[in-house]
Design a protein. Structure first.
Length: 270
């Protein structure tokens, strides 16, 4: 018993000095809470209420407005697909990827840079088309001068004109034949269901052709470097490691980005 009592007293001496500090903190916190103004405690933040339901329409126009809202939300959900498939974005992005593979840089420039550059070039190319759509279709519809059916018909005209100017007749004939629809007498009689996939495969074909043309000079440079290394007996040295600086130097000396982007923009008929 005589040995246990001093230990307890020693522990109490270590604990006791920290208790005044703790009590001071608790008293200070209590005083702060006690002096809070009543107006602050009584003020409540307004919480918005959201109600989703189906009510009985009073007029037929109410149903038409609801259907227009649903159609608009559907179009907005399909906006990425529309931007990719109905514009010049597909060709530009595929050519950029071919260019990066031909040079031999695996992740330079990064995908985000290529996609962003392709997007801004798409805006530049498609500006006359979208300006025509806004002037003749969207702006009169927002001013309630025309109905949405008329606005949709007017918006099709510049988009159809752009796709027809960049689509091969062979691809259009393919989808017209597959759909087993009568042969259209004019371009205006061609359905969008046949024109859109024909435009997409035409863009893929054109982008692969441009990619092949870009690939050829870099492929020749790779073959020359590989032949030189083989003749020197350096069979264990990867040719790509030696040819990469020469390909970069060639691309920079000929101002490659200016040539590629300029050729891509000029390849579209707007």
């Amino acid at each position: 018993m005589t040995e246990v009592i001093p230990m307890i007293i020693y522990r109490k001496k270590r604990i006791l000095p920290s208790r005044p500090i703790l009590w001071c903190l608790m008293i200070g916190l209590f005083l702060c809470l006690a002096h809070v103004p009543e107006s602050v405690g009584a003020t409540t933040l307004p919480i918005p209420s959201i109600r989703v339901g189906l009510d009985r329409a009073q007029e037929p126009g109410d149903v038409a407005v609801a259907l227009e809202v649903i159609a608009l939300l559907t179009i907005l959900s399909l906006a990425p697909a529309i931007l990719i498939l109905l514009t010049s974005f597909t060709r530009i992005l595929i050519v950029f990827h071919f260019l990066r593979q031909a040079i031999g840089t695996q992740s330079t420039p990064p995908n985000q840079i290529l996609v962003s550059l392709a997007l801004f070039i798409t805006f530049f190319i498609m500006k006359p088309v979208w300006q025509d759509v806004y002037t003749n279709a969207l702006s009169p519809y927002m001013d309630e001068q025309i109905t949405y059916q008329t606005a949709f018909e007017r918006a099709q005209i510049p988009v159809r004109k752009f796709m027809l100017a960049n689509t091969r007749e062979k691809d259009i004939a393919l989808f017209v034949k597959i759909s087993k629809s009568p042969r259209p007498n004019t371009k205006d009689d061609l359905s969008l269901l046949a024109l859109i996939p024909a435009f997409v495969i035409s863009e893929l074909q054109t982008s692969f052709i441009i990619g092949f043309v870009i690939y050829v000079p870099f492929l020749i440079l790779d073959m020359v470097v590989a032949s030189v290394l083989l003749s020197m007996g350096m069979m264990m040295l990867p040719p790509v490691m030696i040819s990469l600086p020469f390909k970069l130097m060639l691309f920079v000396l000929v101002d490659g980005w200016n040539i590629v982007v300029g050729s891509l923009v000029k390849s579209f008929s707007v």
